[in-house]
Design a protein around this ligand. Structure first.
Ligand SMILES: [Zn+2]
Ligand SMILES: [Zn+2]
Length: 275
C-alpha cells in the first residue's frame, strides 16, 4: 500500500538547542515536525529552532515557496516556539499562516507575540508580513481536507496538548512534553494512542534520572515503551532528547527500549517516516 502520511523531523531536542558536535548525530534543534499528505498538503507541528531550516527548504522549492502554512502548537515553552521569529514564510506577504492551539495551554496569539516584543526581538509579531490567522478550537478535532487532528491534554507544567494526526486510516500520535504519573491524563493518552501507526513520545529522562527530575514535566523511554505496548502501537519514536544526552547515550537508550519494544527508534533530524 502506498503511504498516507509522511513525517519529517526538523527538530528533536528538548529544552534548549544543543548544537555541539557530540549531539549532531540525532540533532541539536528543538521540536518541529513536518507532516505531508499524498496530495502534497503540508502541516507543521511546533516551532522550535528546527522550523528555521524547514522555512529555508520551503523557500527553495518552487511548489512550496508561497504555500499556505498550517502550524499546530503543543504549548508555549520556549523550545517549542523559539524558531518562529526565524521562519522565513512569516515575513512573506503572499503567505497565509494559520496557527492552531488547544485549550490545554495558554492564549495563542499573545503567547507567540510575547517573544517578539521589545527588547527580545526587533520585529513585532503584529508587523510581520504574512497574513496571520489564529484558531483555538478547544478540545475539538480540526479537519483540513483529508487530515484530521485530534488534540488531547498532557500532564506538563502550564499545560500542553498532544495530537493524534489521522489521514486515510493512518495515524501518528505526537505526545511530547508529558510526565507520567497523573492517573487521569495517563489514561487519556492511552485512549488517543490506541493502535497508532507511529507514537512520538517524550523520552527525555532515563528511569534513574526521572527520580531526580519528577515534576519537570517529562517522561522516560520506559514509560514510552509501556504506552506503545499497552496501546498496540506499531512504531515507537523516542523524542525530546535531553540536552545532556549525547549521540552515544541516545543510542544506548534506544537499545534498552528495543529490548522491550523492538520497533523503536530515536527521532533524528532530517529523518523521514511514511505510513
Ligand atoms: Zn519541550
Ligand atoms: Zn514544555
Amino acid at each position: 500500500m502506498s503511504w498516507r502520511l509522511k513525517l519529517k523531523f526538523w527538530g528533536v531536542r528538548g529544552s534548549i538547542p544543543t548544537p555541539v558536535s557530540q549531539n549532531l548525530g540525532y540533532g541539536g534543534n528543538t521540536p518541529c515536525l513536518e507532516v505531508r499528505l499524498p496530495n502534497d498538503e503540508l502541516f507543521i507541528f511546533d516551532a522550535g529552532t528546527g522550523i528555521r531550516e524547514l522555512g529555508i527548504a520551503l523557500k527553495n522549492n518552487p511548489a512550496d515557496a508561497e504555500r499556505d502554512i498550517h502550524l499546530f502548537l503543543t504549548h508555549y515553552h520556549w523550545d517549542h516556539i523559539q524558531g518562529l521569529p526565524f521562519f522565513g514564510p512569516l515575513f512573506n506577504p503572499k503567505v497565509a499562516m494559520t496557527f492552531y492551539s488547544t485549550c490545554y495551554a495558554c492564549a495563542l496569539r499573545e503567547s507567540l507575540a510575547g517573544q517578539m516584543t521589545d527588547p527580545y526581538f526587533p520585529v513585532n509579531f503584529d508587523a510581520v508580513a504574512a497574513n496571520k490567522q489564529f484558531i483555538n478550537k478547544g478540545p475539538m478535532p480540526v479537519t483540513l481536507g483529508d487530515l484530521t487532528v485530534r488534540p488531547f491534554p498532557l500532564h506538563h507544567p502550564q499545560g500542553a496538548g498532544g495530537y493524534r494526526i489521522e489521514s486515510g486510516g493512518a495515524s501518528i500520535v505526537y505526545a511530547t512534553d508529558r510526565e507520567h504519573g497523573h492517573t487521569k491524563l495517563d489514561a487519556v493518552l492511552r485512549e488517543y494512542a490506541q493502535d497508532a501507526d507511529i507514537l512520538i513520545h517524550d523520552a527525555q529522562y532515563t528511569p534513574e534520572e526521572f527520580q531526580r527530575f519528577t515534576g519537570y514535566g517529562h517522561s522516560t523511554w520506559e514509560e514510552a515503551v509501556n504506552v506503545a505496548r499497552e496501546c498496540n502501537v506499531k512504531q515507537l519514536i523516542l523524542f525530546h532528547h535531553d540536552p545532556n544526552h549525547d549521540d552515544q547515550m541516545i543510542s544506548r537508550i534506544v537499545e534498552q527500549a528495543r529490548a522491550h519494544f523492538p520497533n523503536t527508534e530515536a527521532a533524528r533530524e532530517s529523518d523521514v517516516l511514511a505510513v
